[in-house]
Design a protein around this ligand. Structure first.
Ligand code: ASP
Length: 298
């Protein structure tokens, strides 16, 4: 299993050793939770969901609890999942009252005839499926609020926004199937119902047993335009690229376009990739033998 907690500009001096330990603790917990599912014969989809819920519930990551604010000071969440065996997928976009978007994305896949629900309709579906709505104030964290204020200030002074921090997970189970999931608050200071790559199948999330399972993080507009994760899969399917070469190739396309971010991937042989063109990406992996690693910087 491989996880990420967002890629972006990360300087060692900006993240204190104490904060680094906090991140590493949650990444390790997320890996542990997902690994326990897989080790007990659970499915890759269960592992992806449970792992992402841990990161959504942490205020550290830009998903669920720790999500960034929109320009108007609200939180709007996007998430998606995809099952590599059946090519079934589910996504929600632009929701304001769902505590764990990844769980609702999975429910869209399993319990609706649609792939993606947005806004009010997604919230209504979640309620019908028994999810308790939360008030938008649940997502308030002082850190994200201050970071919006800084951006608004910079915007007035017209500088750019480079804050990232989505979460994602890809997993291979004992049945030989793979799955991917991604959850995010989107981009800090986003406007007008903006939807990023994370809930878009083939952009921020993709899984196909024939190739690999992928979850992305970064400047979503570029990922959408590149058809990022589907393109990686195509490189593997049609050009026989290894998972690592395919992810590297796609990151280099991203770089050429002027975009920033990263991607994690896993294939059915358990080969993994963790590629990014930023100075850091919160990330980690665990193998069935117990070998694991978590890291933040390049
Ligand atoms: N990709 C996400 C988006 O554009 C943001 C991120 O990964 O940081 O919504």
């Amino acid at each position: 299993m491989v996880i990420h907690g967002g890629a972006g500009v990360m300087d060692r001096k900006d993240i204190t050793p104490e904060m680094q330990n906090e991140y590493i603790k949650v990444l390790n917990l997320a890996l542990h939770v997902g690994d326990s599912v897989l080790a007990n014969g659970g499915t890759c989809m269960d592992a992806v969901e449970k792992t992402i819920v841990i990161m959504e519930d942490s205020p550290l990551f830009n998903a669920g609890k720790g999500s960034v604010f929109t320009h108007d000071g609200l939180v709007e969440l996007d998430a998606s999942v995809m099952d590599g065996k059946t090519l079934m997928a589910g996504a929600i976009a632009g929701v304001r009252d769902i505590k764990n978007p990844i769980r609702v994305a999975r429910t869209v896949m399993e319990k609706s005839e649609h792939v993606m629900l947005s806004g009010i309709g997604a919230s209504q579906f979640a309620k019908e499926q028994g999810f308790e709505p939360v008030d938008n104030s649940y997502f308030y964290t002082e850190k994200r609020y201050q970071s919006l204020q800084e951006l608004l200030k910079k915007e007035r002074e017209s500088t750019t926004n480079d804050k990232h921090g989505t979460v994602g997970c890809v997993a291979l189970d004992t049945f030989g199937n793979i799955a991917a999931g991604t959850s995010t608050g989107g981009m800090n200071n986003k406007k007008y119902g903006r939807i990023g790559d994370s809930p878009i199948i083939g952009a921020g999330t993709y899984a196909n047993n024939l190739t690999g399972a992928f979850s992305c993080t970064g400047h979503g507009e570029y990922y959408i335009r590149l058809g990022f994760s589907r393109d990686i899969s195509a490189l593997m399917e049609y050009k026989n690229f290894s998972i690592q070469d395919a992810c590297r190739e796609e990151i280099s396309k991203l770089t050429q376009m002027g975009g920033t971010g990263g991607v994690i991937g896993i294939d059915r042989e358990g080969n993994i990739a963790m590629e990014f063109n930023t100075s850091g990406m919160f990330r980690g992996y665990i193998k069935s033998g117990g070998e694991r690693e978590v890291a933040i910087f390049k």
